[in-house]
Every structure is written in C-alpha cells, then in structure tokens.
Design a protein. Structure first.
Length: 232
C-alpha cells in the first residue's frame, strides 16, 4: 500500500517539504477516536486502559513525526510505542487504585480516576491532620506509604491543600499550603522525587460542598493527591 504525502514549498529555498502536521494530527485523532469510542462498552479498568493507550498513541504519533524521508514510518512507530506506554501506565494506575482502596476502606478517603487518566486520592483533613495543624497524623502514614510503594520515581505528583471558610485567608492559605508540603515531604522520604511534585494551597477557594453546614465544611477540609503519567 502506498501513501501520498502533501507537500508545500519552502519560502526560503523553494525545495518541496513533507507537510507532516496534517498527517500527524490525523493519526492522533484516529487513535483517540478508536480508543475513546470503544470505552462505551467497557468496564472501569478497560476504559482506563483504552484511554491511556489512545492518549499514548496520539502522543507517540506526534513525537514520531520527525522530519525527513522516514517521517511517516516514524509517526506510525511512535504511535505504537505511545500506545504501549499508555496501556502500561493505565494498568499500573489501576493496580495502584485497587491497593489504595483496600488500604483506605472505611476511612472516608476517596480514590478514583480523572477524565485525563490521573489517579486522584481525596483525603479528608480531619483524618490526616489535627485542627489548625500541618503535622501528619499516624493514621495517615500507611496511606501515604501505599501511595509511595512501587511508584515510578518519575511519576508526576500534584498535592493540593484545601480548607473550609472558617477563618480568614491569612490563616487558611498558609495552612492549606503547609499541609500539602507536609505530604510532599513525607512522600519524598518514601522515594518520590521532590522535583516531580507540585504543591498548592487553595485555602477555601475551591469548596466541594456548602460551608453553611458542618458536614459541608468537613468535606471542604481536605488534601488532594494526583498521580500523573511520567513525562517522556
């Protein structure tokens, strides 16, 4: 089978060059369409695996689109490699999710996956920290140990601290950041490179529930930990 590649003229030397952008975008779009379209009839693990493979394939196709005579082959090969990498990450992510769910059963900690294939751990601050403090409670340590266990040292981690609206921003903002940093420092001691971790303190600016009730305020006091696929 032969494939035609559109060409454009260089504005500097007049030599024809392959127009790769359209082809690469087509490969990426096809990977995403095939992967995401198939998700409708899949279970949770299969959906995550298909999504990871599709995103990986799209990224791999873009990376593989090197200039030169073999650009088309490079895009295809890059797509295959990207699909494999995305699939492996999704399986690793699902295994980590199950391990964390078992570790945190009955604690109020929520473990799930985001639409962009990250693992999200939502930890109520009432479980992990004493009121007004940023020192990690003993009950929280096994959870963080499980997050750090067998984790790819190149994984990207985002830790976001949140508070309820009780108190002023002058209190809530540094408290939420201090708690996020405490989690980062603990994970660093378990082998997660601090250079791969981003910390944020959102204070009371991103509530999950109404701050008008104690139940709502309890939901808003939390630390979110997100694990994302290692960078290339």
């Amino acid at each position: 089978m032969t494939h035609s590649i559109a060409t454009v003229r260089s504005t500097t030397d007049g030599a024809p060059r392959p127009l790769l952008q359209t082809r690469v975008l087509t490969v990426a779009a096809l990977c995403l369409a095939l992967g995401l379209g198939a998700c409708e009839s899949m279970g949770a693990r299969e959906r995550g695996t298909a999504t990871g493979a599709a995103v990986g394939a799209a990224a791999g196709a873009a990376i593989g689109s090197v200039s030169g005579a073999n650009a088309g082959k490079g895009a295809v090969l890059g797509g295959v490699v990207g699909a494999v990498a995305g699939n492996l990450w999704s399986r690793h992510l699902e295994d980590k999710r199950k391990a964390l769910e078992a570790q945190t059963a009955g604690t109020g900690i929520e473990v799930g996956r985001t639409a962009d294939n990250q693992l999200k751990v939502n930890v109520p601050s009432d479980f992990s920290f004493d009121v007004g403090r940023a020192a990690i409670r003993p009950d929280m340590r096994p959870v963080l140990d499980e997050i750090g266990r067998n984790l790819d040292p190149k994984v990207r981690v985002t830790i976001v601290g949140h508070t309820d609206s009780t108190g002023s921003d002058a209190i809530n903002d540094p408290l939420s950041l201090d708690r996020a940093e405490a989690v980062r420092d603990y994970l660093a001691g378990r082998g997660v490179s601090a250079s791969r971790v981003t910390v944020q303190g959102q204070g009371a600016r991103q509530p999950r529930a109404s701050n008008a009730t104690e139940a709502g305020r309890a939901q808003n006091r939390r630390v979110e930990i997100l694990l994302a696929e290692p960078s290339a």
